[in-house]
Design a protein around this ligand. Structure first.
Ligand code: ADP
Ligand code: MG
Length: 760
């Protein structure tokens, strides 16, 4: 080993110290070399350069063929780990380990599994009585001996010792020096000492330095004969040891550890619940509910002032264009009873239907069809559920069905997935509602559009009106008020039985075929007040009507007649036109597996009964979303501040240990591992707890709190926090904590081990 023109300059605030001044020295491969000199002459500085734990300002240390300070940084770790044994002036033992483990550590770092050498060294240095003591509990003389044992145990090529006997009595000092003398028969041992007597007694060579320069050299060596290519072995730290480091410092700073633990438990819980509200997504919530209750389809309608109304032909086109690639299917109400059945009947099973309630317009790919698709105007497909119902009530599944006087061939069976409801628990209200939602599809016959047009006649609407006792709902345009229960009277010109108060509201001529006359009671109720008599109202004199099934039609107000009940009259021709027009009105269904499910369910008006609850939570949350995100943001800021504070507290306490590990050859990654492990532990616990609480505990409490209020209870049943949100939030917290730790540690480890240990 040799040093070439080595200088180390310390630049202080007020002065500059040349601790080593252009020093050049050669060392033999073996022998005991003493370095002597007055205090402050640069001995320790030289030692730090030789051991690779500090950087020279200039010059180099060359070991074998390798230049130490020229190596990639990785080599330096290997050199410290496997090539030199260091005995520091202030021992630098690792507090987390007991005496035995301190001595054993270098062997572990070398990947050795045979630790008999530890006992040998312990015996030679005579510290058998303290091997299981903590290193903080022993005297400085004992610490010094432990430090010596640690350096000797690993069988390094070079032993470097800074004042190894400074704290020992002369007997023990001699024991150590004899041991080093013995070792030096095979290796190079460099010892710094104040003790001239010892140096002369044991030394093969004595080098005296002064002011960073060589003053004398008892046996100068002209050149370095070592041209071997030394192998530097990277240290190995077992996971078990990393865990041990973690455990020991968690225990040591227990108040700090508890603070972190509790914070990393509370923040994820609070954050996950808040994030659950903040990212609450109706579609996702509803989808999860559908999966839970085996539901397959979602039924959509148009929303008009809070009412679910049918789509008309134009809105179908709009919606199909808006979601290209999605499979939406149009469905229309119908009512075809195929078996009159009494609920008292022993044959009656409420699971099966005795009536076809819907017509679905065939859409390629919406159903898996067993048989053929309905292509011909005389062909229909029935669902497997209808097939089962027909089978159940009629005893056979007919291959022809007659609808409104037209007979169709049943050419195929659509697979709807209804079977999973056969054994479902219908006592569970949500299951039952799910089933009813799905009936829109289960209960359908499927035909193509042309066949559907054929099958309808204008009279079907008249039948419906009669059936519902002419109950209508109406809402005037520009008003949100909805009036229910309006009588509808159809009249023909020849049988006029009402007295019209006015024939038209001025300024708004009636439109042929869409005119209705309104009772004065209705007009008064709706706020037209006295204006209806010919005055121009600020309201457009038009009203939208919904029948029971909430099909909307807008009429112009043709005039007002005297009546004290809410009533409208339609001319016979108007009524028929309306009836024919509504043929094209219907609902839409999508499958829960539709590609555009989320988009559609979020944007369109879902009429499933159960969806109302999910939507209700969403509507309440949406007004507080900004506040929720603000709180989440505040939590992030707090966690950054907390992370900064707690990590800097940790590292200021751990700095010395980090420096010592660094000097033993541990890389940054290995040094940082115990601290990361600690966070992993807390974060995993925090994650599991927050997951369980946010996902199950909190919704359960919500339900419990709302148990008395039926709607709130059902709403609470829909509260749903996505696992992704919980995982994402936890990950964010982990990242922030760990990132701040890593940034701090890497800023510390930019320094040399000596600088870290001495906290310069
Ligand atoms: P010795 O071990 O021979 O007593 P050192 O090598 O420790 O001497 O110190 C040599 C000189 O360098 C001394 O003057 C000391 O004050 C100075 N010195 C050592 N370390 C530092 C440092 N980190 N910063 C500034 N000056 C230092
Ligand atoms: Mg010194």
């Amino acid at each position: 080993m040799r040093i070439n023109n080595l200088s180390k300059i310390y630049r202080g605030k007020y002065d500059t110290v040349k601790a080593l001044n252009d020093m050049t020295l050669n060392f033999d491969e073996k022998g005991l070399v003493f370095i002597v000199g007055v205090s402050g002459s640069g001995k320790s500085t030289l030692m730090n350069m030789l051991s690779g734990i500090d950087k020279p300002s200039n010059g180099d240390v060359i070991v074998g063929g390798k230049s130490l300070y020229d190596q990639e940084s990785g080599e330096m770790f290997g050199y410290r780990n496997s090539y030199v044994g260091l005995i520091f002036q202030d021992y630098n033992l690792i507090d987390d380990l007991d005496v035995y483990d301190n001595i054993k550590l270098p062997l572990e770092l070398l990947g050795k599994t045979d630790f008999s050498k530890v006992d040998e060294v312990i015996k030679a240095i005579d510290i058998e009585d303290i091997i299981h003591h903590k290193v903080t509990e022993i005297s400085s003389g004992q610490m010094q001996r432990v430090a010596i044992a640690r350096a000797l145990v690993k069988d390094a090529n070079i032993i470097l010792a800074d004042e190894p006997t400074g704290n020992l009595d002369s007997t023990n000092g001699d024991i150590v020096l004899n041991l080093l003398k013995e070792v030096s028969k095979e290796k190079l041992v460099v010892v710094i000492t104040h003790d001239d007597y010892a140096a002369h007694k044991f030394g093969d060579r004595i080098i005296e330095i002064e002011d960073g320069k060589i003053l004398s050299d008892s046996k100068p060596l002209a050149q370095d004969n070592d041209n071997s290519e030394p192998v530097f072995m990277q240290p190995i730290v077992t996971f078990k040891n990393q865990v041990r480091f973690t455990k020991s410092f968690i225990k040591r700073y227990i108040a700090r550890s508890l603070t972190i633990f509790i914070t990393l438990l509370l923040i994820p819980i609070i954050g996950a619940i808040l994030a659950g509200y903040g990212f609450f997504n109706v579609a996702k919530t509803y989808q999860s509910h559908q999966k839970k209750y085996n539901s397959d389809y979602v039924i959509l309608a148009m929303d008009k002032r809070g009412l679910n109304v049918y789509y008309d032909a134009d809105s179908y086109t709009d919606i199909f264009n808006e979601y290209p690639g999605s499979k939406l299917i149009q469905i229309f109400n119908t009512s075809i009873v195929f078996k009159d059945i009494n609920e008292e009947d022993p044959d009656y099973d409420p699971f099966y239907t005795n009536e076809i309630k819907h017509v679905a317009i065939y859409q390629d790919g919406f159903f898996k069809i067993d048989g053929m698709e309905p292509t011909n105007t005389d062909e229909i497909v029935i669902t497997d559920y209808l097939e089962a119902s027909l089978e159940y009530y009629l005893g056979y599944a007919p291959d022809k069905l007659s609808i409104y006087g037209h007979t169709y061939d049943v050419v195929g069976i659509a697979d709807t997935n209804y079977e999973k409801f056969i054994n479902a628990n219908m006592e569970d209200e949500f299951v039952r509602m799910s089933f009813e939602d799905n009936l829109y599809i289960y209960n359908s016959i499927i035909m193509d559009e042309a066949s559907y047009g054929d099958s309808l006649d204008a009279n079907s609407f008249v039948r419906r009106c009669t059936q519902y006792n002419e109950v209508f709902m109406c809402t005037p345009l520009n008003s949100n008020e909805v009036i229910r229960d309006i009588d509808i009277t159809v009249y023909s010109e020849s049988s006029k039985h009402v007295t019209l108060l006015s024939t038209s509201v001025r300024g708004y001529p009636t439109i042929g075929g869409r005119t209705a006359y309104f009772s004065s009671a209705l007009i008064n109720k709706l706020g037209f007040g006295s204006n209806y008599r010919g005055a121009v109202s600020k309201y457009a004199p038009a009203m939208t009507f919904y029948d029971r099934s909430r099909c909307a039609v807008t009429f112009q107000v043709g005039g007002v007649f005297e009546s004290n009940k809410y009533e409208i009259i339609l001319a016979d021709s108007t009524f028929k036109t309306y009836a024919i027009e509504r043929v094209g009105y219907g609902r839409l269904a999508i499958s829960v597996n539709d590609k555009k499910y989320n988009e559609i369910v979020n944007n369109e008006n879902v009429i499933n009964q159960t969806f109302v609850y999910a939507k209700s939570i969403n509507d309440r949350i949406s007004s507080t979303k900004i506040a929720i995100f603000e709180v989440l943001f505040a939590i992030i800021v707090i966690i950054i501040a907390f992370g900064g504070f707690i990590n800097s507290y940790t590292l200021s306490n751990e700095k010395r240990k980090i420096g010592i590990k660094y000097s033993l050859g541990l890389s940054r990654k290995k040094i940082v591992t115990p601290y990361i492990l600690e966070y992993c532990l807390y974060l995993i616990i925090g994650f599991v707890v927050s997951f369980v609480i946010a996902k199950f505990g909190y919704p359960a409490v919500l339900r419990l709190v709302n148990i008395a209020d039926e709607f709130a209870y059902k709403e609470a049943s829909f509260f749903y926090i996505s696992s992704f949100v919980i995982i994402g939030w936890n990950l964010l917290i982990s990242l922030l904590m760990v990132a701040s730790l890593l940034i701090m540690i890497s800023s510390i480890m930019r320094k040399s081990p000596v600088e870290i240990i001495k906290d310069i």
